[in-house]
Design a protein around this ligand. Sequence first.
Ligand code: MIC
Ligand code: SF4
Length: 638
Amino acid sequence: MENLTQKILRAHLVKGEMIKGSPIEIVMDQTLTQDATGTMAYMQLEAMGIDQVKTEKSISYVDHNTLQSGYMNADDHAYLQSVASKHGIYFSKPGNGICHQVHLERFAKPGKTLIGSDSHTPTSSAMGMIAIGAGGLDVAKAMAGIPYRLVMPEVINIELTGKLKHGVSAKDIILEVLRQLTVKGGVSKVFEYSGDALQYLTVYQRATITNMGAELGATTSIFPSDEVTHAFLKQQGREEDYVCMQADPGCHYDGKITIDCSSLVPMAACPNSPDAVQTIASLQGKKVDQVAIGSCTNSGYEDLMKAAKILEGKTIADHVSLVVSPGSRQVLMKLMENGTLKTFIQAGARILECTCGPCIGMGQSPKSDGISLRTFNRNFYGRSGTLSAGVYLVSPETAAASAIAGVFCDPSTIEYDDTIEESPYYVDDSMIIAPSQHPEQVEIIRGPNIKPLPVNDAMSNVIDKKVVIKLEDNITTDHIAPAGARVLPYRSNIEKLSEFVFENNIEHFDQICKENKGGIIVAGENYGQGSSREHAALAPMYLGVKMVIAKSFARIHKANLVNFGIIPCEFENKEDYNNIDFMDELVIENTYNLSENPVLIVQNKTKETTFKVNTSLSNEDIEILKAGGALNYIRNQQ
Ligand code: MIC
Ligand code: SF4
């Protein structure tokens, strides 16, 4: 008897035993990339010398860097389209929609595996598949047919019972999970959903939950595929993709949580963390300056319809700015056809492109000290582009009700018609370009923004470096390699990007590294949570960072550090964190012996003390580190 996660993993297993905590390797059927991580992924694919991808389907989406203020993003798009055409990859043009939304609608298949260079790739697991977020290099490896290595996760069952009340939404379910488990509660875990509430949760609503499972640090979150999935696939003209995927009755789980949906109320994740959850009732009356509806979390058809039902016939408060970004062109077309777009515009909404937009700081930054309600998934410090802003993560219903009221407003306290009438789906894949039939004739376009990949030196046996930054718990990859319209255009230009590393934590981190010939990063728990951007490892690598010593790591970032030749180590005794300061000189010897002895002795020359760190890495990780990163390792093997 197996749970659903075990079933899909077993069907794709090529190496290892499915014992909790053991390394396993699985075949990936599908890959996805987006433009902000894709350029690196494809440069890495090229560096591996791969001709045609080996996956069943690989798709390259352009949805993040669509603000073309200068040639940089447009250079990236041209590179991505040409490289996709040459190597057998489908290309979803800018404007077609946000990768996770389009993937769910057009490509996600029950029972399959997907790896994507974006942390919200698990969105597609709403469809009964295993979808995992990873760094671009791991996605490039999957395209090259190399199985994906992961640690067999614990599988936790989340049983959802009862029916959501009026005004309460799927967003409130995942906010409740975050409230209970926190942003590190999902590390090394898969959350498998079940229960009688599933019959009421549509695929889009399930996708809100699997999407934000990323904020728990989970490997993925999965729903079974059932009649609801079947109906969705039918509407998408993909009925043949339906397979019923369910856990065996009475199967084993490593833990269980039960949530009674009928007892939930509208909630918000308060600044600056997705787990700082409070009820809307407790915030009721607090002034709101901006409302943003969209992102891969809540920009599906039903999300926007529910918001529109509340906005219908009303106008937003004078001091509020409301922006709406539909998740896909398909959704936008439906809203246009059924008149909902008119409702939004009449209410005073500003309609944005079908892209990530404000979620990744591509415009629409709030005013100084502004309060912004967003239907998004992350409210990390500085992510909106305004450091002093307070960003609250809410459901589309709460967002719409508050936009009208001008203050936090609990949608369960207002009357509106919350039924969504079914209308035919608008299916048109004309903005998804198939790869060339004559790949040998395709020339790859490399504009000036496409800079060669930086490479690391092989690891040295002795590391003698200063602590170039000391950080607290829950540092996100948004802290390490910030996003936003100013920085994102340099995602293909690591030299330039490295100037922005830790810019909101310390001044001139790049200069500090240069003056000290690189260094060591010291951090607290859950270092590197959030985005999968490997730039958060690549840019520090470029600046000469050789090691990160933390109390614990987020899964994707730890893998990215190894991939780029930076040694991730955990304090054996967490108290030792308190005895290190900025600019202490640390010496670590015998890194070559990591496979025999995973515990390293760190000598703090400044404080004249020593302490131990643990590496807990697989033999392959150690070989990758020794080579100075995965690309060197792969090249050395060829
Ligand atoms: C995000 O939501 O932080 C991003 C931008 O989509 C990232 C990817 C990136 O940094 O390019 C993610 O979630 O992995
Ligand atoms: Fe885009 Fe935001 Fe989703 Fe990341 S979380 S993929 S930036 S919409």
